[in-house]
Every structure is written in C-alpha cells, then in structure tokens.
Design a binder for this molecule. Structure first.
Ligand code: 2ND
Ligand code: ZN
Length: 359
C-alpha cells in the first residue's frame, strides 16, 4: 500500500449505498426548477449556490428535529408524477456518477400525496425514475418504502412494500423524529412484514439511545439498523483500549446486524460530536458489521465517496478498509443472496483489486 486513497480514486471504486433518502438528495437546481413548475413558493432563495449552502447550514442545527424541518422544501416540490420521476432518475444518475454500483434509496410515499397522487402512483413514479436513471449506467437501484414514525400509516406502507416487492421495492423502514416515537408503535407493521418474509430496517439509536435499538431488534425484528450509533453506550473501553460489550452490543455484533452509519449526518444532528470521536472508529475496530452511507446528500453536501474520503483522512483507512465497508454493505443488502454474491465477486472485488494494483 503506497498512499492513502484520494477522493478521485475513491470515486472510481465500485461502492454500495444502503441508507440514502430520495427527498434528502435532490439537486438544488432541480428544487428550484420544480418549485417554479409546480408553484411552490416557500423556498428561502432562488439562487442555486445559495440554496445549496442554505440546506447545508440549516441542517447543521445539532438537533434531529430541526434537521428534519429542511425537508419541507424538497417534499414540497415532489408532489407530481413528473417531479418524482425526475428526482428519482437524477438520483440514480448522481449515484452512478459517484461510482455507486448498488443502492437502496428510501422515501416516504405518504409525504408525496398532497398533489392528488395515490400511494401506488407515487411508488410507480419513483420506480420509473430509478429505471430511467439507471439504464446503461452500471448501477442497480432498489427502493425502500419508509413510514413516518409520528404518523399511523405504517401498516398501509408495509402492505405497499409487499405489493411492489417483485418490481423494485426491496424493503421497508421507519423514519422521522425518534424521541417519543419508539419502534414498537409500529409493531403490527413489523409483524406483518415478518409473516410475509419481507425485509426491513429501522432508524434507531440516532436521536434516542439503547432502548430504541433494543426495541428495533428484539421487539420488531429489524434486519438492519439505520445509524445505530448509540450502540456505543453499551460498550466500555478501558484505558488500554480493550472493550467490554454489554449484552445488547454483543448481540448486535454476534448476529452481524448491519449498522447503516452516516457520519456527516450524525455531526449535523448532534448524534456525534466530531468525526474523530464518531463511534464508527471503535465499531469498525471491533468488527461490527459497519456500512458507510450518505443519509441526505443535499443536507450534508456529501456523496459516498466524500464520506469515505473523510474517514480516510480522520482514521487513516486504506483500500482494504474501504473494501471491507463495501462488502459489508453488499452482504447486508435486501436483494437475494445469489445476486449479492454476483456483485461482490463480479464487480466489487475486481474493482478494488484494480485500484489497489494501481496504487
Ligand atoms: O437521519 C434521519 N433520521 C430520521 N428521519 C430522517 C432522517 N433523514 C431523513 N429523514 C426523514 C425525513 C424524510 O422526509 C423522510 C423520508 O425520506 O425521512
Ligand atoms: Zn436516514
């Protein structure tokens, strides 16, 4: 290994993204275009660069609740079929340009019906956009349907996810403010999904701590954890660096439960204080099944490559670490085993081997 991977080299690596919100990754210029086309008049500015900076700064609030307020503007312009097709197509294009070869992109269908679309029409529009944007670009994009945890539509959304599972929807999720809205509030939806042999992840351990993670896994049966950073509260590190895992942390590691970590987003919402102190460093050292994600590319002005580059800079990671995160993510995807394996052996490993050879 001669030098640390640079951002340009990382962009060329075949990457996998499991946690990315469609309404958190809209291009600023598209937000402005769509606002004009759909008559949305709530934007803080009509200038592309100012709007890009506004999202980044307004999201730096240190609170998940305030961070989520910025979504009013993206959701506000995503209320027509044409807008949803465009945003989804551009999402697939942007991820492919960043070198992502497999992505699971999530959004909440219930937030996109105020212009008169039905839930089914919302799902069909987004799938069409992913299809258009992926075509010929060497990327596969699956959808995760999110239910908002403060609302009461999770069963309906879970049924929607099952209905569309053979045509591009690969799983289910709950998102929104975590404190006060525990995962068990949606237990019926999770039990339904389990009976249907369907996959789901749960945002847990981001804006709230261990009880949320415990419920997500032990009551609801989550396959993966969105963020999960607060699992760190169940790990004690002695002065000599040795770590003692509590029962929940040990369970998460032993069962290889994937953690969808989103470092930059966590700094903005206050889930972590600095990148150097971000739990990802310890969790990677302890071989938890860590994956690296963007959460919201617009709000965090980021990409998978940039998240990787920041980790390289902070923790001194090399190609082997980046490949490890990537293989972890591919193993944790919600598509069938044989398809995951084909991507690992046919795309990811050869891609990283070439970059390592060139380094
Ligand atoms: O990091 C997050 N935690 C909880 N909820 C989130 C996060 N990022 C986005 N959301 C919410 C806001 C979006 O409107 C919704 C669906 O993508 O999910
Ligand atoms: Zn998220």
């Amino acid at each position: 290994m001669t030098h640390q991977p640079t951002l340009d080299e990382i962009r060329k690596a075949p990457k996998v993204l499991l946690h990315d919100h469609l309404d958190g990754g809209v291009r600023p210029e598209t937000v402005i275009d769509l606002a004009r086309e759909t008559g949305y008049d709530g934007l803080p500015t009509g200038d592309v660069e100012e709007l890009r900076a506004w999202f980044r700064e307004a999201s730096d609030s240190g609170s998940l609740e305030r961070y989520l307020e910025t979504f009013a503007h993206t959701v506000g312009v995503m209320q027509t079929r044409a807008a949803l097709v465009r945003v989804a197509a551009e999402c697939a294009e942007d991820l492919a340009d960043d070198g992502v070869v497999y992505a699971e992109v999530r959004y909440a269908p219930e937030l996109h019906t105020s212009g008169g679309l039905s839930l089914d029409q919302v799902v069909e529009a987004v799938l069409e956009g992913f299809r258009q944007g992926s075509e010929g670009r060497g990327i596969r994009v699956g959808a995760l349907l999110t239910a908002m945890r403060h609302q009461a539509r999770s069963m309906e959304i879970a049924e929607l996810a099952v209905r569309y599972r053979d045509v591009g929807v690969v799983g289910f999720d709950i998102a929104g403010a975590e404190a006060g809205y525990p995962p068990t509030r949606h237990l019926d939806a999770f039990e339904y999904l389990q009976r249907e042999n369907a996959h789901f992840t749960i945002h847990a351990g981001e804006g709230f701590g261990l009880p949320s993670i415990w419920q997500a896994i032990q009551w609801c049966g989550a396959d993966r954890l969105g963020h999960g950073v607060r699992i760190i509260d169940d790990i004690q590190v002695a002065e000599d660096g040795t770590a003692k895992l509590g029962r929940l942390a040990a369970y998460v590691r032993d069962k290889r439960i994937p953690l969808e970590m989103c470092p930059t987003s966590n700094l903005q919402t206050g889930a972590a204080t600095s990148l150097a102190e971000h739990p990802i460093g310890l969790l990677r050292r302890l071989y938890f099944r860590v994956t690296v994600n963007t959460d919201n590319r617009l709000m965090s002005d980021t990409s998978v490559s940039r998240e990787f580059a920041r980790l390289v800079e902070t923790f001194g990671y090399g190609w082997d670490d980046l490949q490890w995160f990537t293989v972890n993510a591919m193993k944790s995807a919600f598509i069938p085993f044989d398809e995951r394996l084909a991507l690992i052996n046919g795309v990811i490993k050869p891609g990283f081997a070439q970059l390592k050879w060139q380094a």
